[in-house]
Design a protein around this ligand. Structure first.
Ligand SMILES: NC(=O)c1ccc[n+]([C@@H]2O[C@H](COP(=O)([O-])OP(=O)(O)OC[C@H]3O[C@@H](n4cnc5c(N)ncnc54)[C@H](OP(=O)(O)O)[C@@H]3O)[C@@H](O)[C@H]2O)c1
Length: 189
């Protein structure tokens, strides 16, 4: 089983969100997330889940983290609610950690469920100056820089540079890495 974290953060300040939404509109970034996680189980915090358009999540396998266990999922066949991320230790299938900041922080700081692979997309452009309630992944990036190493390949599309990082000193499932790199190599072509 592999745990893969996927995010898009802003260069410099590591911002990933504004309120319950994204601070930018980059269709190729949305497409990358969709394609990399197609058919996979995504793990998402309640706030991110509720902030995403239902049509994007409908029919896609999802574990929604919600301590209160009260989140009302709209696709009962594919979306399940879980009250504690620790229960995902030794989960039988690959998991794609999809935010938001509190969920990334939980996974990056809990050794038993720390991601093996990180798809680190970094937006190089400006974000609108009037946005409020900005949310960053500084705590997770700090762990990333200490406990992971970056593969040499860099993929650039629409002002987003993507790097894949692997956890140092642990076995990482190479077939999962290969699939991610193969997708990134062909994207936008
Ligand atoms: N740029 C990107 O790549 C990206 C990706 C995803 C999200 N985002 C952005 O991130 C922001 C949301 O992040 P956020 O940190 O505010 O919220 P979040 O992580 O999406 O959701 C927080 C909620 O998830 C539940 N939760 C968190 N950790 C848990 C755990 N360990 N066990 C069980 N439940 C847990 C709690 O729900 P309860 O309060 O109900 O218990 C918590 O209030 C939004 O702006 C979104 O757009 C950006």
């Amino acid at each position: 089983m592999s745990i893969v974290a996927v995010w898009c953060r802003h260069k410099g300040d590591n911002i990933i969100g504004a309120g319950s939404g994204l601070p930018w509109k980059i269709p190729s970034d949305t497409r990358r997330f969709r394609n990399l996680t197609e058919g996979k189980i995504k793990v998402m915090g309640r706030r991110t889940y509720e902030g995403m358009p239902q049509k994007v999540l409908m029919g896609r396998k999802m574990i929604v983290l919600d301590i209160e266990n009260s989140c009302d999922v709209f696709d009962k066949e594919n979306h399940i609610v879980l009250d504690n991320a620790d229960k995902l230790k030794d989960y039988p299938e690959d998991l794609y950690i999809s935010g938001g900041a509190s969920v990334y922080a939980k996974f990056f700081t809990t050794p038993a469920i720390m991601p093996d692979i990180v798809v680190d997309c970094v937006y190089q452009g400006e974000i609108a100056p009037n946005l409020t309630d900005l949310i960053n992944v500084n705590a997770s990036v700090e762990v990333l820089e200490k406990k992971y190493f970056a593969l040499p390949q860099k993929f650039e599309l629409d002002n987003v540079i993507t790097t894949v990082w692997l956890k140092k000193g642990d076995f990482v499932e190479q077939s999962v890495v290969k699939n991610i790199l193969e997708y990134l190599e062909t994207e936008g072509k």
